[in-house]
Design a protein around this ligand. Sequence first.
Ligand code: AHR
Length: 507
Amino acid sequence: MSIASAARVVIDLDVPGPTISRHLYGHFAEHLGRCIYGGFYVGEDSELPHEGGIRLDVVEALRALQIPNLRWPGGCFADEYHWQDGIGPKADRPSMINTHWGNVEENNHFGTHEFMALCELLGADPYVNGNVGSGTVQEMSEWVEYLTRDGDSPMVRRRKANGRDEPWKVPFWGIGNEAWGCGGNMRAEAYADLARRYATFCRDHGDNKLYRIAAGAADDDLAWTEALMKAISCLGCGRDPKNIFQAVSFHYYTVAGTWENKGSATDFDLADYYRTIIKAQDIERVIRGHSAVMDAYDPERKVGLVLDEWGTWWDVEPGTNPGFLFQQNAMRDALVASLHFDVFHRHAERLVMANIAQTVNVLQAMLLTDDDDGLVRTPTYHVFEMNKGHHDAVSVPVHVVEQPAPYELDGERMELVSASASVKDGRALISISNLDPVASLDVVLDLRGAEIREPSGRLLTASKPQAYNTVGEPGAVAPVRLRVEPEPRGLRVTLPPHSFATVSSAI
Ligand code: AHR
């Protein structure tokens, strides 16, 4: 017997809120497991279709997501990466040991030129993360010069000798990563001083303007954010806080169990499901906390908040290298993504960028690739694709005025409905998730402030929250058409249990 509940969602289509930066849909590719090697990059001798060693089926699948930016080379790897080892003829590039991720040998065949070529193929802006933990100021400064300077200079001559005459555009630059941990085990104030120093020597060459992002907190470590904000502020002295670095980051992973026992991506029960959604919904409290700290130092909101790592983190798939962080991706992961985006849209005034960890074969990936052939689009991929109409759209207020009572587990509440909406180019896009794993949801979308015309809907769901896609069954979790019916004040849709939907309409 199916259980049904009801919700009423009021959407003010004529009340513009902050613009939802497309960069909230950013990505992350680290030299970790099979993200770069085997995922994005198969090498020039591969029999798979490739361009300069970059796997073209992966590029084609990702182009449909309109990836706005790609962060590279880490993560923890960024703070042991020396960029000069990854340029020039491949045979001459020295190897290193990737000490963070599996202790495997890294041959540096995927380096600066390969990354920039990948960004060009994807149409994504590069977000390069520099090395503070084990690199020098000079090394970082020269990397910026190598990438972005025009005319003639020592680094420009090296770039040209390696086959690239024109400088590239690099809008985003990371000053280290997780400096409190793998990036150097620093104290907040010590790192804040280093961030100021490194950022100073990451120059704007010509018309390339860097958006420098300081390595931020883990989860809700607000003291870290405060140390960074203090480092670029002098309350009352009138100096623009944007002068040294322009944003601070933080990382938030949905780990539903403990770090030692994170749980399986596909073998879970209802209590695990609830725990996961509760942990994912907590991102809103964490964003509010960082924003409040930033508001105290930067009330005009000139400094950006960047969530440059987020997503689910499960135990690795049985039989795979524990250092490679390879996990399956189920309908539950898709809902974690959809509710994160609703939160991002609500906080778009301060939160300017977010990067899912990671794009291919690592953690909450869009794509899982086979070594020889085959590629699977995960349920999470479909959420990114269904939501892409929100890129650079104007958010509008959404009020869930009637909904089923929240679920309670160990004193924590889980909301069963999540929604957000935006307007762009004469169209409204509404995203709505029924997080209830057992009951369907009849939703009235009470649309105010604009006439709607020719609405249509798409639905992502599956037989159970544990469902996932495989090479043999790639469409087990894939979007289908959603029936949208007119209502006196708007529209009505019925969402099955554990489902995500988008409703789009001309206005
Ligand atoms: O995304 C995997 C790792 O998680 C990153 O390298 C690190 O920054 C974080 O701890």
